[in-house]
Design a protein around this ligand. Structure first.
Ligand code: SF4
Ligand code: SF4
Length: 589
């Protein structure tokens, strides 16, 4: 390894607390856990850290980490003709038994290809034999639709990994012979029988004579027709908090603790709301135990979860944190459930910008998406923000939502005008800064909008331009918008099928821009229209229908119809409700 790269590796490690170093000779199984983005991004991901902790607790496994190298490091690797290596020991990735990817974003799929290329490992599973590691993956994106990576991955974890990862490695260890070799196919066949484990090569896409997709079905005996999503019944059994601390990451100054998982609010566009059902919370006692550990290392606690303000004991938790002189940050909160105690705690902890996610400018469209936030809530939030001394506010809004009209866009402009006027009642000059973050809507699998067509890129670009023009007069307003070009690629991968594995590799190798994607799709006889801009009928069979999330497809369709009628769906009631199927079936079904 070059001295420069080795010094950088050691420098990263020197800044970490909690790193696990194991002796190569003492553990029969080695895993390189990979976040397909930079160290700075990946090291703040709690799911990634949790799996690192669980695997290294095992006596039979040595788990090390790897990330996408910085640009200059990638150049150096290529210059010295060296393959990518792990962080802890500098071992080449291709020498591990497993490469385990933790994938949270569709746009990181290309980084999976990049890492395999940099590691000197053939990208497609059919080109790899026993001399290469098994390539496995998990994380939110793999749970909702792993198909675009199906020809690349050997095995996928569907759902939450805490329990299934141990079952998988117990099985692997039981298959190891005395001289540490394994019959891979035998292992994979047994693994595919573990609930939550998907081995793509044991399934194939089926088409009728006219080329119509009929579903993805097992092609070997003994594997299940549908792969069940795994989820943890009792979060307290698996404390989820920072395992490795380092200043060199996004949330480097905090000790992160997961407070809750899932969200019961039923926003119809939100993959996170469906992916982690049912909503679950940790006990206050369990969180406080983790706080005790965290305060040894950091004086700031980052509370993680979909909507922290919905946590039932949030005030008690804040009081305890305040009593311990710990400052607090939260991943996100809802304006309609934020308590004065939580807000005061956050302000005392340095919060200077209130973030609100109305998602749509008009009341009508917020009803379509079941956002459950009224204009009154939005105004109340701005009033609270200013009363608490926050002079900045940030709004998250989406464009291209189903049924959106020009009137809905105009309502965004009206909303900003109203907020500005309203704010002047509380502070001379109103907000010092209003940030508007505009994100194009992407239909996601396992949501009521999985049947929807996505808005055309040119339309999205026009809408962003229109908003910028019409909001230009507000000097305190700053608009940032997600690039519709990237949105198109993200949308393609979100609802993609197995044919996209080849497209993904070709597009990446051709530079990864939109032209490269178009060309790569064309080479396979495919196009964006089919994946993105097509309104699906109720009968559509999706490339992810062989995954069983527990949510009834019929329920999702009913939610879609309710969206058309702007009907409200109330929050989850996990102890009594059987609506969507995740918490059990309704009597008689
Ligand atoms: S409040 Fe809505 S958008 Fe936010 S996490 Fe919950 S379901 Fe998703
Ligand atoms: S069954 Fe009810 S409580 Fe359970 S996840 Fe579905 S909607 Fe929520």
């Amino acid at each position: 390894m070059s001295r420069k790269l080795d010094e950088k590796r050691k420098d990263i490690l020197e800044n970490e607390i909690g790193t696990v170093f194991k002796n190569k000779g003492l553990t029969p199984v080695s895993v390189a856990l990979i976040y397909p983005n930079t160290y700075y991004v990946g090291q703040s991901n709690l799911g990634f850290q949790t799996i690192y902790g669980i695997l290294n607790k095992r006596l039979d496994v040595r788990c090390e980490r790897a990330f996408i190298p910085e640009e200059e490091d990638e150049k150096e690797l290529k210059r010295i003709n060296q393959h990518l290596f792990s962080l802890e020991s500098g071992q080449l990735l291709k020498e591990f038994d497993f490469l385990a990817f933790s994938i949270s974003f569709e746009l990181d799929y290309v980084n999976v290809i990049k890492i395999l290329d940099l590691a000197g490992i053939p990208v497609f599973s059919e080109d790899r034999d026993d001399q290469y590691p098994l390539i496995i993956a998990g994380g939110p994106c793999m749970t909702f639709n792993p198909e675009p990576l199906a020809d690349i991955l050997d095995l996928v974890i569907i759902g939450e990994g805490e329990e299934v990862i141990n079952e998988l490695f117990d099985l692997y260890s039981s298959h190891l012979t005395g001289d540490l070799v394994i019959n891979r196919d035998k292992f994979l066949l047994e693994a595919a029988k573990i609930p939550g484990v998907y081995v793509p090569k044991f399934y194939q896409e089926q088409y009728d004579e006219g080329g119509k997709y009929l579903g993805t079905k097992p092609v070997v005996e003994g594997v299940p027709e549908k792969i069940t999503r795994r989820w943890i019944k009792n979060l307290d059994d698996f404390p989820t908090r920072s395992v490795i601390l380092t200043p060199n990451t996004e949330f480097g100054n905090m000790f992160l603790i997961e407070v809750s998982r899932g969200c019961g609010r039923h926003c119809r566009f939100c993959m996170a709301g469906y992916c982690y059902r049912p909503p679950r919370v940790r006990s206050l006692k369990s969180i406080l135990k983790q706080v005790e550990e965290g305060k040894e290392h950091r004086d700031r606690i980052g509370l993680m979860g979909a909507a922290i303000s919905d946590y039932p004991w949030i005030d008690e938790l804040c009081k305890e944190l305040n009593a311990n002189n710990l400052s607090v940050s939260v991943a996100s909160f809802r304006v309609d459930s934020v308590t004065p105690t939580l807000l005061k705690t956050l302000v005392a902890g340095g919060l200077r910008t209130l973030t609100v996610a109305p998602e749509a400018g008009s009341e009508r469209l917020r009803k379509v998406i079941n956002k459950g936030i009224s204009e009154e809530d939005i105004m109340k939030a701005s009033c609270i923000a200013l009363q608490e001394g926050m002079e900045q506010i940030r709004y998250y809004l989406m464009i291209g939502l189903p049924t959106e009209t020009e009137g809905d866009l105009q309502e965004i402009v009206n909303l900003i005008e109203k907020v500005n006027k309203h704010a002047k009642q509380f502070r001379k000059g109103g907000f010092r800064k209003i940030s508007l973050s505009v994100n194009p809507f992407i239909p996601k699998p396992f949501t009521p909008f999985q049947w929807e067509a996505m808005d055309y890129r040119v339309n999205l670009e026009k809408k962003i331009k229109w908003l910028k023009q019409h909001l230009n007069k507000y000097k305190n307003l700053e608009i940032s918008a997600e690039s519709p070009r990237l949105t198109v690629i993200q949308g393609l991968l979100a609802r993609g099928d197995r044919k996209l594995s080849k497209v993904l590799v070709s597009a990446y190798r051709a530079g990864g821009n939109l032209t490269a994607w178009k060309k790569a799709l064309g080479e396979e006889g495919l196009d964006f229209d089919f994946y993105l801009y097509r309104q699906r009928t109720k009968e559509e069979i999706f490339p992810w229908d062989h995954l069983d999330w527990g949510v009834d497809k019929e329920y999702l369709w009913e939610e879609r119809l309710k969206a058309e009628k702007k009907e409200f769906t109330p929050s989850c009631l996990p102890n009594s409700c059987r609506r969507c199927g995740v918490c059990g079936k309704e009597e008689g079904n």
